[in-house]
Design a protein around this ligand. Sequence first.
Ligand SMILES: NC(=O)c1ccc[n+]([C@@H]2O[C@H](COP(=O)([O-])OP(=O)(O)OC[C@H]3O[C@@H](n4cnc5c(N)ncnc54)[C@H](O)[C@@H]3O)[C@@H](O)[C@H]2O)c1
Ligand SMILES: [Zn+2]
Ligand SMILES: [Zn+2]
Length: 389
Amino acid sequence: MSTAGQVIKCKAAVAWESGKPLSIEDVEVAPPKVHEVRIKIVATGVCHTDWEYLYETGKGMKFRPFPLVLGHEAAGEVESVGPEVTDFSPGDKVIPLFLPQCQQCERCLSSKTNLCRKNWANTQVGVLADGTSRISCNGQQVYQFLGVSSFSQYTVVPDTSLAKIRADAPLHKVCLLGCGVSTGYGAAVNTGKVEKDSSCAVFGLGAVGLAAIMGCQISRAKRIIGVDINPDKFEKAKMFGATEFVNPREHSKNIQDVLVEMTDGGVDFAFECVGSPAVMTSALESTTDAWGLCVIVGWTETEAMNVVVEKILMGRTLKGTYFGGWKSVQDVPKLVDDYMNKKLKLDEFITHKLPLDQINKAFELLKLGTSIRTVISLWPEKANPEMAS
Ligand SMILES: NC(=O)c1ccc[n+]([C@@H]2O[C@H](COP(=O)([O-])OP(=O)(O)OC[C@H]3O[C@@H](n4cnc5c(N)ncnc54)[C@H](O)[C@@H]3O)[C@@H](O)[C@H]2O)c1
Ligand SMILES: [Zn+2]
Ligand SMILES: [Zn+2]
């Protein structure tokens, strides 16, 4: 029976307040409005940014409204479309996007950036274009994280924040292209434009950092140095192409001095994939002063770097990257193709699979450093046979 046009009752993990675990609730998801699409989420990853918003809002992160449904790294199927939607139909396989691509604004028309600002102000405060969310719980509005909210069996997103992907894509794998893997990989190939035979240092070996390593390897860098305070990450990093490892805790010197020494003057490219102001400084200073490029991928909203002019005056470049520089609507389907054609790794990032009602465990595993990515199945396995594989 079609659910189009009706309110859907389903399960979601709701964040009622900052600093408290998520709670599984029955929520109501309203039908999509003009230029919106309602999707059934099949699988979602849990990204460090979800953790950060839940546990650091009001501390490291600025205030955001609660209650909130987090989650922004997902894949699913279109359930129904709102008025004036022309590019999607029920049943299409899709990846929702926290960064839109409207294909009309000045930024979308520029090749210099991927930062489309369509609906930006609204999605940053948890609502869609009309200023409200489509999710509610016991009559109370529940905000949508970055305009996505994939920790819900159904959600509604703008049609400019959705990528249609090939029908044979395994959703419980390609969900990772909704954030972490695309971000780290794009940081290396789009933002850094890592060169053949170069030396690279990647700080932080979570999914984002490992994907950056994958990008460095695909770009045929000669030395790829993985830096992490958790040595358990080194084995995985090797699988993605890291050639050497450094644990800052095993050195009495600053880690940047260790790297400068190891590379006789500094690396060509450094990627900060931790989100720590101190590590950002180390990453910048680990690059060669003449032409080193440092890409900030990790997220923080605390005052970050105190950049001493001398550190960049000689010729270093400091850059940031959002969603790896990808033009989201057009590039995510190509990344899915690259995975299907075995150019990109995805399976290797998935260390755990859990059902929605154990989502708090996924947060714990991430924070403990035990997991790289946990993929959450939104539906019982019988209703979602893909997750059994
Ligand atoms: N720019 C973007 O568009 C974007 C997108 C996604 C995620 N992010 C950010 O990227 C960062 C990484 O995300 P993730 O999901 O891979 O996180 P993660 O928690 O899985 O990985 C972080 C890694 O950093 C390591 N680490 C912690 N302190 C360190 C230190 N002092 N030195 C070296 N390593 C250290 C941890 O051991 C861990 O392995 C987060 O800040 C996240 O918010 C940014
Ligand atoms: Zn993310
Ligand atoms: Zn745009």
